[in-house]
Design a protein around this ligand. Structure first.
Ligand code: C2E
Ligand code: CA
Ligand code: CA
Length: 245
């Protein structure tokens, strides 16, 4: 297993403000197996808890290196499966990963899914409260594709909505997709939340989401997921460029 990293770019300053860690599995015979195949297998076999723990530890260690290299504002976003979130002791795992790596909590963002909020659990609220005390951020991944009861957005610990790529990719030709994105951005604003557009592939899409007031973008337009070395180079180059903008 290894991690690759995809940059997230501030749409006003063009600076890299975050990185999403994405898991890769290189099978010795079958080659690269996509996470859409192996994550569900790991979830049903129970392996997701130990894999998820490794991802959090590795991501924290990597982010600490970038902070030490001078990228002081960088955050690392880690995908957390709802099954992993419910079954493992997330508070211990995350706080240990932070202390082992000496990364400050403000650099870590946990990507949750809407389905996690399907049942009202005091355990979930307790976990969010404890992790929030360590300044860890929470985002909702694939926002708009899942659960339709939005009541959980009143939870002030959730600060970021990641607008699913299915709405972003057809935003120019499909007026319904566009209307949904407009509504998500307006709602996020009134709730004091940040929006990230996922799956931005071309400059015309970028122009639309910028115009609509989206905060951050992620997608092949800037870069595919990269190795840690490549990501480091990407941030350096991007810095030099944004100095001249
Ligand atoms: P996701 O969290 O929605 O991640 C975004 C996916 O979109 C990634 O696919 C990324 O490579 C891809 N992507 C990024 N930019 C573009 C773009 O411009 N166009 C298109 N078409 N795709 C783009 P990936 O890496 O194959 O991951 C698929 C899913 O697997 C992720 O979706 C996430 O749900 C899951 N996943 C990946 N890593 C982990 C992990 O460490 N833990 C857990 N629980 N799930 C993970
Ligand atoms: Ca994600
Ligand atoms: Ca997503």
């Amino acid at each position: 297993l290894s991690l690759v990293y995809q940059p997230q770019v501030d749409l006003t300053t063009s600076e890299v403000v975050g990185v999403e860690a994405l898991l890769r599995w290189h099978h010795p015979e079958k080659g690269l197996i996509p996470p859409s195949i192996f994550i569900p297998l790991a979830e049903s076999s129970g392996l997701i808890s130990s894999i998820g723990q490794w991802v959090i530890e590795e991501a924290c260690m990597q982010c600490k290196q970038w902070v030490d290299l001078g990228f002081h504002n960088i955050t690392i976003a880690v995908n957390v499966s709802p099954i992993q979130f419910r079954r493992s002791n997330m508070v211990n795992i995350v706080l240990n990963a932070l202390s082992k790596s000496e990364l400050l909590g403000k650099h870590l963002e946990l990507e949750l899914t809407e389905s996690l909020f399907l049942d009202h659990s005091t355990d979930l609220e307790h976990t969010l409260v404890e992790l929030n005390k360590a300044n860890i951020n929470f985002s909702i991944d694939d926002f708009g594709t899942g659960y339709s009861n939005l009541g959980y957005l009143k939870n002030s610990k959730i600060k970021i909505l990641k607008i699913d790529q299915s709405f972003i990719q057809k935003i120019q030709e499909n007026s319904q997709d566009r209307a949904i994105v407009v509504a998500i951005i307006q709602m996020a604003r009134s709730l004091n939340m940040i929006t990230i557009a996922e799956g931005v592939e071309c400059d015309s899409t970028l122009a639309v989401i910028k115009d609509l007031g989206c905060d951050i973008g992620q997608g092949y337009f800037w870069s595919p997921p990269l190795s840690s070395g490549e990501l480091q180079e990407f941030i350096k180059e991007n810095r030099n460029l944004s100095q001249y903008c």
